[in-house]
Design a binder for this molecule. Structure first.
Ligand SMILES: Cc1cc2nc3c(=O)[nH]c(=O)nc-3n(C[C@H](O)[C@H](O)[C@H](O)COP(=O)(O)OP(=O)(O)OC[C@H]3O[C@@H](n4cnc5c(N)ncnc54)[C@H](O)[C@@H]3O)c2cc1C
Length: 404
C-alpha cells in the first residue's frame, strides 16, 4: 500500500466543502460592500461565529490535523470568498500563533478562547510586532517592557503600527524589548488583557486592498500587565536572557517563531485569491467573443490561463509541503516556510494581473471583482515578511552564509 498521497482525506474534504459553502454563500456576496465601506464586517464575523467557524474550538481542531493541511485548506477557501473579510475572520489567529508559540499550556488555555469570545460576545485578537522604524528589521523595535518587582507587573511603552485588529482587539499580544542591547534575543511577548488602561488605537489606515480588515496603530502608554501575562513565564525568559548575554545561541525569538509557523498559512490565503481570479477569467474567456470567436480560442489567452493554473498548483504544493513538514515537526532547513509564502504571494499578484488582462477594460473597473482581487493580492508580498525578506531567509538557509 502506498503511504504517499496528495488526496485530501474525508475529514479534510468535509471541512473544505463546509468552508467553501460559507465563502460562496455569505462572504463573496458581501465582498464588494465591505471593500467599499472599509470597515470591520461584524455581521459576517457574527455569521461565522454562529456556525462555529469563528471559534477557538474550530481553530484548535484544524491545527490538530495530523497531516497539517486543514487550516491551509480553510484559509484558501475563505480568501477565495474575499481576502478582506477572510482577514477579518482570520486576523485573530495571528494572536493565537503568538500565544501558542510562546505561552505555557495554562496561558494558552486562558487566552486563546478569549481571542474569539462566543457567538453572544464576539472578541478579537491582535499580534503586534511592527513599529514605524522596525518593519522588516524586527530586531530594532523600540517598545520597552520593564519589570516592576514590587508589584510583579510589566510596564509596556511604545507605538506599534500596521496592526491587524489593532486597538479594536480584546486580546493584544505585544512583542517588546526587555533588553534592547540583545536585539531580537532580548525580546519577549506579552498578553495585554481586555480593557487594560493605557492601550489605545492610534491612526486607522486607509488601504489599497483587504479593506474589510482593520489595520491601525496601537499606542502603549504605561500599560501595566500582571507578571502572568509574560508568555512563557519569567523563569524561562531569565534563562534565555542569561544565555543570550553569554553569547550562547537561543532557540527562540519571540516574533520569529510566530512568523515561521504562520507563513505557509499566509501563503494559503494568497492561493485563494489567485484561484478566484483564475476561475473567473477562465469562465470569462470562454464567454467573451471577439473577432467572431471566444477569446480563449486564441493561444495568447489560453496559454495565459494554462500558466496561471500551473503556477497556482505549484504554489499550493509548496504550501502543503510546508504545512505537512510543520505538522511532522520537520525543521525548515531550506526555508521551506518562506518558500511557500514567497511563491504563493508572488503568484497571487501575477495571476490577478493576468486576470485583469484577460478581462480587458472590464478587468479594470469596480463592477467586476478582478480589480479588487488584484488590490487584495498585493499585501501578500508585503506582510508577514516581504518577498525580499523571504528570499533572504531562503538564501541564508541554503548557503549557511549570513547574506545581507
Ligand atoms: C495591511 C497590513 C497588515 C499588517 N498586519 C500586521 C500585524 O497584524 N502585526 C504586525 O506586527 N505587523 C503587521 N503588518 C506589518 C508588516 O509585517 C510590515 O509592513 C512588513 O514586515 C514590512 O515592514 P515595513 O512596512 O516597515 O517595510 P520595510 O521593512 O521598511 O521595507 C521596505 C522595503 O525594503 C525592503 N527591505 C528591507 N530590509 C531589507 C533587506 N535586508 N534586504 C532586502 N530588502 C529589504 C523590503 O523588502 C521592502 O521592499 C501589516 C502590514 C500591513 C500593510
Amino acid at each position: 500500500m502506498a503511504d504517499f498521497s496528495l488526496d485530501l482525506n474525508e475529514d479534510q474534504l468535509q471541512i473544505q466543502k463546509w468552508v467553501h459553502d460559507f465563502a460562496e454563500g455569505v462572504i463573496r456576496p458581501a465582498a464588494e460592500e465591505w471593500d467599499e465601506r472599509e470597515e470591520t464586517p461584524w455581521p459576517i464575523i457574527q455569521e461565522a461565529a454562529n456556525i462555529g467557524l469563528y471559534s477557538w474550538e474550530f481553530v484548535a481542531n484544524a491545527f490538530a490535523d495530523p497531516l497539517g493541511l486543514t487550516f491551509a485548506i480553510t484559509s484558501e477557501e475563505l480568501t477565495w470568498g474575499d481576502a478582506g473579510i477572510a482577514m477579518a475572520i482570520l486576523g485573530s489567529t495571528l494572536a493565537v500563533s503568538g500565544i501558542a508559540g510562546n505561552g505555557t499550556p495554562e496561558q494558552i488555555a486562558e487566552w486563546v478562547p478569549q481571542c474569539f469570545g462566543t457567538p453572544d460576545k464576539i472578541q478579537l485578537g491582535a499580534f503586534a510586532v511592527s513599529e514605524p522604524d522596525a518593519g522588516s528589521d524586527v530586531s530594532s523595535l523600540r517598545t520597552r517592557a520593564v519589570y516592576d518587582a514590587a508589584t510583579d507587573e510589566w510596564v509596556l511603552n511604545g507605538t506599534k503600527t500596521w496592526i491587524t485588529n489593532g486597538g479594536i482587539a480584546d486580546v493584544h499580544v505585544i512583542v517588546a524589548a526587555v533588553e534592547p542591547e540583545l536585539k531580537a534575543r532580548g525580546h519577549a511577548s506579552f498578553v495585554v488583557p481586555p480593557g487594560t488602561p493605557g492601550l489605545r488605537m492610534g491612526q486607522k489606515f486607509k488601504k489599497h486592498g483587504i479593506r474589510a480588515s482593520h489595520t491601525a496603530e496601537v499606542i502603549l502608554d504605561d500599560v501595566r500587565v500582571p507578571g502572568s501575562c509574560l508568555l512563557g513565564g519569567k523563569e524561562k525568559l531569565d534563562e534565555r536572557l542569561a544565555r543570550a548575554r553569554e553569547g550562547k545561541s537561543t532557540k527562540t525569538q519571540a516574533a520569529m517563531s510566530t512568523f515561521e509557523a504562520s507563513r505557509p498559512l499566509v501563503g494559503a490565503q494568497a492561493l485563494g485569491i489567485a484561484r478566484a481570479a483564475y476561475e473567473y477569467s477562465l469562465d470569462y474567456a470562454k464567454e467573451r467573443q471577439q473577432f467572431g470567436r471566444a477569446i480563449i480560442e486564441n493561444q495568447a489567452i489560453a496559454f495565459k490561463l494554462a500558466d496561471m493554473k500551473t503556477e497556482i498548483d505549484a504554489a499550493r504544493l509548496l504550501v502543503w509541503r510546508a504545512c505537512w513538514m510543520a505538522s511532522q515537526r520537520k525543521a525548515f532547513l531550506n526555508g521551506e516556510g518562506s518558500m511557500s509564502k514567497l511563491k504563493a504571494g508572488e503568484v497571487a499578484v501575477w495571476v490577478t494581473e493576468q486576470a485583469i488582462q484577460i478581462l480587458g477594460g472590464y478587468g479594470y473597473v469596480r463592477e467586476y471583482p478582478v480589480e479588487r482581487w488584484h488590490r487584495d493580492a498585493k499585501i501578500y508580498t508585503i506582510f508577514e515578511g516581504t518577498s525580499e525578506i523571504q528570499r533572504l531567509v531562503i538564501a541564508r538557509n541554503i548557503s549557511g552564509i549570513h547574506i545581507k
